[in-house]
Design a protein around this ligand. Structure first.
Ligand code: HEC
Ligand code: HEC
Length: 267
């Protein structure tokens, strides 16, 4: 994980300093993506989204370079609920947080802390005592974003037709990505391989105003959506597959936490 991240950054540096030296197309592609993210970071802010409220800690943490070793230490405090792999539960009590975009994780943590997102449990476990400040938020978010994902999730209903896909592409892809990969700059969460049960609960909470931190454009747009359309769209996104390089090998367990008693973890 750590060396993958390092290679990316190294490649980005090589690209800007000595473009002719870069011979591998694959490296160039990864670098371009990283470079895009860098510019993305700078444009995130109050000016670009006057309608949105950004907690101060989000604005600070998003600019910081994550220390993944510290992130791993901090993640110990998350394992009791999120598990060593961060894959969530089929019941939807816990989301798959592994592989989520770093900007999204930072935003959610800052929102829990600022009280923009109501969850007493997460509020406690993201308190000042658990995460000291923006650097800790950046570190643990970087660690989680690098965890490989599972597609063993609650997939909702079998797709009856292309209604979900059509509506998703029309109404959601703009902010959540063509394949559900999320949007770094707009911190639209990745929705692919997320538990349907979790997506449904969040969607309903965003719709009825219980979750207050959502994009106002999204809130307006989904206000009158039928349950059938909602279930079709969210089943479609739960069934979308992340690219192979984001997925864990079959049977993978997180080697960073070998001694965990798995029987005590939420199922
Ligand atoms: C005691 C259980 C518990 C602990 C410990 C815990 N969480 Fe959570 N976490 C939850 C629950 C429950 C939710 C879902 C909240 C909801 O439904 O609104 C959640 C949601 C989240 C989300 C939002 C994901 C999304 O896509 O919406 C993030 C990010 C997160 N947790 C990160 C962390 C981190 C980082 C830690 C450790 C510092 C941590 N959590 C510790 C229970 C916990
Ligand atoms: C204008 C941009 C925009 C559009 C359009 C939009 N969303 Fe969102 N959505 C967001 C953002 C931004 C968030 C995260 C809000 C936050 O920071 O908590 C979000 C959050 C969500 C979540 C919660 C995910 C999580 O991990 O917590 C779900 C589910 C969701 N959107 C589904 C949809 C669906 C389905 C559609 C189409 C019908 C849609 N959204 C359209 C921007 C958008």
């Amino acid at each position: 994980m750590i060396s993958y991240k390092f290679t990316n950054r190294f490649a980005a540096t090589v690209l800007t300093m000595a473009i002719p030296m870069v011979t591998s197309l694959a490296i160039a592609e990864v670098s371009a993506r990283e470079a895009g993210r860098e510019t993305g970071k700078e444009s995130i802010g109050k000016e670009k989204y006057p309608e949105k409220v950004f907690p101060e800690e989000f604005i600070q943490a998003i600019k910081l370079e994550p220390n993944l070793e510290n992130g791993k230490q901090l993640y110990k405090g998350c394992i009791a609920c999120h598990g060593p792999e961060g894959w969530g539960t089929h019941s939807g009590s816990y989301p798959q947080i592994a592989g989520q975009l770093k900007s999204v994780i930072i935003k959610q943590l800052a929102d829990f802390r600022a009280g923009n997102r109501d969850n007493p449990i997460m509020r406690a476990f993201t308190s000042q005592r658990a995460l000291g400040g923006p650097q800790d938020i950046a570190d643990v978010s970087g660690y989680i974003a690098n965890l490989p994902m599972t597609t063993d999730v609650d997939k909702g209903i079998p797709l009856r037709d292309d209604n979900g896909e059509k509506l998703y592409k029309e109404m959601c892809a703009n902010c959540h990505g063509e394949n559900g990969e999320g949007d770094w700059e707009d911190h639209g969460p990745a929705l692919y391989a997320q538990h349907f049960s979790y997506l449904k609960r969040q969607f309903d909470w965003i719709r009825n105003g219980r979750r207050r931190n959502a994009d106002p454009k999204m809130t307006r747009q989904i206000k009158d959506m039928s349950i059938r359309d909602e279930v079709d769209i969210l089943s479609y996104t739960a069934q979308l597959e992340p690219p192979k390089e984001k997925l864990a090998e079959p049977g993978w367990t997180n080697p960073d936490f070998p001694g965990i008693n798995r029987r005590s973890l939420p199922k």
